[in-house]
Ligand binder design. Structure first.
Ligand code: SF4
Length: 208
């Protein structure tokens, strides 16, 4: 063995800055479990960790929890690490988004509305201004979304689909009938999901 050790590139880092959450989702935690908000990472610790990983090629930091919006001054965490990486993303249950949106916006989030839910759509790369510049050609948000898409393919991604409609379909032919309008081969197993487009008779997209 040579004396030189090889260090792999680490492009994606997900940090749970607190275990505390205002929700008790069944698959996540018991009502009796206690997670104290006093326990959260402080800004300088996060910044130092990101600084170290940045030396090994870190590009994206995803701040998660628990519920990160419970942590006081979350925008200051984002401001502290934004200059060190290309993208800072956030996983949140969205409950406090309304009151904290303005501060997040200042930290680089570009928002959109889906089914009445306002939510961050993408975070600007390299401290660029987070805004849509509408165009019939190349969209200004492509590089930011391309970055996140590739990152999700190479690593692990968590998608917040809270704003999507939910339907409970029952019946013997549910699967076969659904398959007729879905472009992907949808799963017929409990506990599995399939991301797919749903088309109309002309092949146009009606929903996903
Ligand atoms: S919102 Fe997220 S962190 Fe909070 S209980 Fe639900 S799954 Fe867990």
């Amino acid at each position: 063995m040579s004396g030189k050790s090889k260090i792999n590139t680490i492009e994606y880092l997900r940090v749970a800055i607190t275990a505390a959450c205002n929700f008790f989702c069944l698959y996540c935690r018991e009502k009796t479990e206690k997670y104290l908000l006093e326990n959260y990472i402080n800004i300088s610790v996060l910044r130092n960790v990101v600084k170290v990983f940045a030396q090994y090629g870190l590009k994206t930091v995803r701040i998660a929890g628990g519920e990160p919006l419970l942590v006081p001054h979350l925008e200051k965490y984002i401001e502290a690490i934004s200059p060190l990486v290309e993208e800072v993303a956030l996983t949140t249950n969205g409950y406090f988004l309304e009151e904290k949106a303005e501060k997040l916006k200042k930290a680089g989030a570009c928002f959109g509305v889906s089914a009445g839910y306002e939510r961050p759509l993408w975070f600007a790369l390299n401290n660029k201004k987070p805004e849509f510049k509408y165009n019939y050609n190349y969209q200004n948000w492509y590089p930011a979304v391309e970055f996140e898409t590739k990152n999700a393919r190479k690593n692990v991604g968590l998608f917040d689909l809270t704003a999507f409609s939910k339907y409970d379909l029952k019946g013997q032919k549910t699967h076969s009938e659904l398959q007729k309008i879905c472009t992907a081969n949808i799963k017929d197993e409990i506990g599995k999901t399939t991301y797919t487009q749903m088309l109309n008779e002309d092949g146009g997209i009606e929903a996903d």
